[in-house]
Write a protein that binds this ligand. Structure first.
Ligand code: NAD
Length: 265
């Protein structure tokens, strides 16, 4: 038996990067996983490429195209998972974006776009997952992706930091509001993870003049990591599978740092 055998899970932002790794690690431990992403084609590919992994471990895969800021699409995604797996036990609100700008240049559009996906997207994801879990009467787990930027403000990414602090607040408020339904709400906070998000960030920081050459921003930003290197998505998944498993049943309202020792709070 795997650590999450028989658990029905949805992961958003699962076409690639951390989300895909979360989904694959859940499959390795026997779960059913719906890979959901705004990039539907790549989410479908992630699901197809993981069918054999699911078979091997006694689970199933599904996929959904979803914009996490659109409530109806989120409801449809949940219906897809429930019709494929029979229920929803664990919902990962992982989709997120960043677009750096110096504080003085931040526009309303930059702020609104980031806050909408990283903040409102998590709120809607929590609400719709909780409604399904309440209908089932089985309780459940909601796990939100925060960041080191949830614990400390960084230059050139103020709206991203604000949005990730919001994820911590939503996790705490959700834990309090949903406890009576036996739903726990937790989060995890990665530091620097080598995904397309950071590759793009590195290019964007060069474009706004915050760094001069490729790789410089990520190298400087990660210079003080106590573990001496940036993370890979696989560094994150021990914790995420734990948060989806029975082992974390007594945890709620907490956000776990997984940053190799960058921000010590
Ligand atoms: P990524 O850019 O590689 O993947 C993000 C995925 O989210 C993409 O597949 C994208 O299509 C999807 N997405 C974007 N907007 C969406 C929307 N509106 N609806 C549905 N899907 C959408 O990023 P990643 O590095 O894997 O990051 C995943 C999460 O981890 C994000 O919330 C990010 O903020 C957080 N995080 C990342 C790092 C890092 O260093 N990479 C550090 C801390 C936190």
């Amino acid at each position: 038996m795997g650590r999450v055998s028989g658990r029905s899970c949805i992961v958003t932002g699962a076409a690639r990067g951390i989300g895909r790794a979360i989904g694959e690690a859940l499959l390795d431990e026997g779960a059913d996983v719906c890979f959901a992403d705004i990039d539907g084609d790549t989410a479908e590919r992630a699901a197809c490429e993981n069918e054999e992994r699911a078979d091997r471990n006694g689970g199933k895969v599904a996929w959904a195209k979803v914009d996490v800021t659109e409530r109806e699409q989120v409801q449809e995604m949940i219906e897809i998972a429930v019709s494929a797996f029979g229920k929803l036990d664990v919902k990962f609100n992982n989709a997120g974006i960043n677009k750096p700008m110096n504080l003085l240049d931040v526009t309303e559009d930059n702020w609104n776009t980031i806050m909408k996906i990283n903040g409102l997207g998590v709120l809607i994801g929590m609400q719709e997952a909780a409604k399904q879990m309440i209908r089932q009467g089985t309780g459940g787990k909601i796990v939100n992706t925060a960041s080191i930027a949830s614990r400390q403000g960084f230059d050139n990414v103020a709206p991203y930091c604000a949005s990730k602090w919001a994820v911590v607040s939503l996790t705490q408020s959700g834990a309090r509001d949903l406890a009576k339904h036996k739903i726990t709400v937790t989060g995890f906070a990665p530091g620097v993870v080598a995904t397309e998000m950071w590759s793009q960030l590195d290019r964007d920081l060069m474009e706004i003049g915050a760094s001069e050459r490729e790789g410089q921003a990520i190298a400087e930003f990660s210079a003080d990591i106590l573990r001496g290197r940036v993370a890979t998505p696989d560094d994150i998944t021990g914790t995420t599978t734990f948060l989806a498993s029975k082992e974390s049943d007594y945890m709620t309202g907490q956000v776990v740092m997984i940053d190799g020792g960058m921000v010590l709070v």
